[in-house]
Design a protein. Structure first.
Length: 256
């Protein structure tokens, strides 16, 4: 990501100037070089850089970790820490601010380039994932079909507004409760309770399309809704189940 804007925060003038020259030679734009946490916060808000190179040990009342934490809370700008101190206590404080990388002084130009490129790439991917997540959430919330997600333990993790209307449960009330408590199903023909399809899918590790078998969903207030339902198992990166998504809609009545 050439032309990315980078802020350098280091109270060693010679080191900071060397970093500035290296970054400029790599095609990056250095928006400022400052030596204190207070200045770093001020310039971060003024220039909104794409990345901050932050020395952990700074002179003055605020060290780099505290400054980075404030900047992330206010502006969500990613940070690479520069440090000659790698003791566990310092690293533990630094980890709490979720930096994208560390550079241990002294470092060479190739180390700087690799760390900056990787940090910018990770941040870009993270932002894309956040945007997609917001887009997906908007789509799910506006769907006419009822959508519910369930974790591997069979507990509800999300209901969209359509699901709230059918079940009679608000999402805030349903989250963390067993799915069979929120989605009470009877066989539409026999009028007998049936095993919740989400629990069956979790046990079998297999998705199922139950659209050909209508159920009666018994709402929280005792109202009945004839529904079709599809249950999809969500797999994690190891092929195991990380939960299921249930989609159900009003089924057409026979003879209508």
């Amino acid at each position: 990501m050439m032309n990315a804007k980078i802020l350098i925060v280091d109270d060693e003038v010679v080191v900071a100037e060397a970093i500035r020259r290296q970054l400029r030679s790599l095609g990056y734009s250095v928006v400022g070089v400052v030596s204190t946490g207070t200045e770093a916060i001020q310039l971060a808000g003024e220039y909104r850089p794409d990345l901050i190179l932050m020395d952990i040990k700074l002179k003055g009342p605020m060290d780099g970790i505290e400054a980075a934490g404030t900047i992330q809370l206010r502006y969500a700008i990613p940070v690479i820490y520069l440090t000659a101190f790698s003791d566990e206590e310092t690293l533990e404080r630094a980890r709490a601010t979720l930096p994208l990388a560390y550079l241990i002084k002294p470092f060479v130009s190739s180390d700087l380039r690799a760390a900056v490129e990787l940090a910018l790439f990770r941040h870009r991917v993270s932002r894309m994932a956040e945007q997609r997540g917001r887009w997906l959430n908007t789509v799910v919330q506006s769907m006419g079909d009822a959508v519910m997600t369930v974790d591997p333990q069979g507990k509800v993790t999300m209901l969209n507004p359509a699901a709230e209307r059918l079940t009679g449960w608000l999402q805030s009330e349903a989250i963390g409760r067993p799915v069979e408590e929120i989605v009470v199903l009877w066989d539409a023909e026999s009028k007998r309770p049936v095993l919740n399809p989400a629990l069956r899918a979790l046990a079998m590790g297999k998705s199922s399309d139950l659209a050909q078998r209508p159920f009666l969903l018994i709402g929280r207030q005792g109202d009945e809704h004839r529904i079709d339902e599809t249950v999809t198992v969500i797999q994690d990166d190891k092929g195991g189940s990380s939960g299921v998504v249930m989609v159900f809609r009003a089924a057409p009545r026979i003879g209508v």
